[in-house]
Write a protein that binds this ligand. Structure first.
Ligand code: GAR
Length: 200
């Protein structure tokens, strides 16, 4: 029994609203390992590219609406059945409901494309963040991976990585630098959370 438990793959569920480059990267990273797997991708946007990506990669792709996540508990019920070890918000733009957070304490994480607490909060997502950073002529930016609580971008920090911004960098250049950091670090941070080293 113990042996079976030890070798059972850990389960990851992803929530995403749009493109899904992070979701795809996480899915393929763990498809190359036999330690964990993404078992489902949930999106609030029926036409989100992330659902196509999940489907193409053989991962269950589910769409839900406001009623299902905020009122009827349908999303909560599905999650309870799936019983994931980690819920990953990868470009998910709705506030994550308290009832799900309560059910999965310390098991919901988010990635944000800036060095929180700067450039966080409602309305600060995707290109809006990069534009604001460009306008302020910041000399560095980065990514933040943190636990989720009931406020946008405020839970306990898990990991940050920074990148320099040159004066001539455009908003698009900043976006690309962030994309590279996310691709490099996000799956590894997830792996470290699922399989902490003995002294962590
Ligand atoms: C990512 O850059 C992520 O950090 C950001 O949305 C992008 C999603 O890209 N998240 C936020 O802004 C959350 N406030 P993707 O759909 O290609 O993974």
């Amino acid at each position: 029994m113990q042996t079976q438990e030890k070798f059972r793959k850990k389960k990851i569920v992803i929530f995403a609203s749009g493109n899904g480059s992070n979701a795809e990267n996480i899915i393929t990273y763990f498809q190359q390992k036999n330690t964990a797997e993404v078992i489902a991708v949930f999106s609030n946007n029926r036409r989100a590219k992330v659902l196509e990506r999940a489907h193409r990669l053989g991962v269950k792709a589910l769409h839900f609406d406001r009623e299902a996540i905020y009122q009827s508990n349908e999303v909560l019920r599905l999650l309870k059945d799936m019983n994931p070890n980690l819920i990953v918000l990868a470009g998910f733009l709705w506030i994550f409901p308290t009832n799900i957070l309560k059910q999965f304490p310390n098991k919901v994480i988010n990635i944000h494309p800036a060095l929180l607490p700067k450039y966080g909060g409602k309305g600060m997502y995707g290109m809006h963040v990069h534009k604001a950073i460009h306008e302020k002529k910041e000399v560095e930016t980065g990514i933040s991976i943190h636990y989720v609580n009931e406020h946008y971008d405020e839970g306990k920090m898990i990991f940050q990585a920074t990148t320099a911004i040159k004066p001539e960098d455009s908003v698009q250049d900043i976006a690309e630098k962030i994309h590279e950091l996310e691709q490099e670090h996000f799956p590894k941070v997830i792996e470290n959370l699922l399989f902490p080293l003995p002294n962590e």
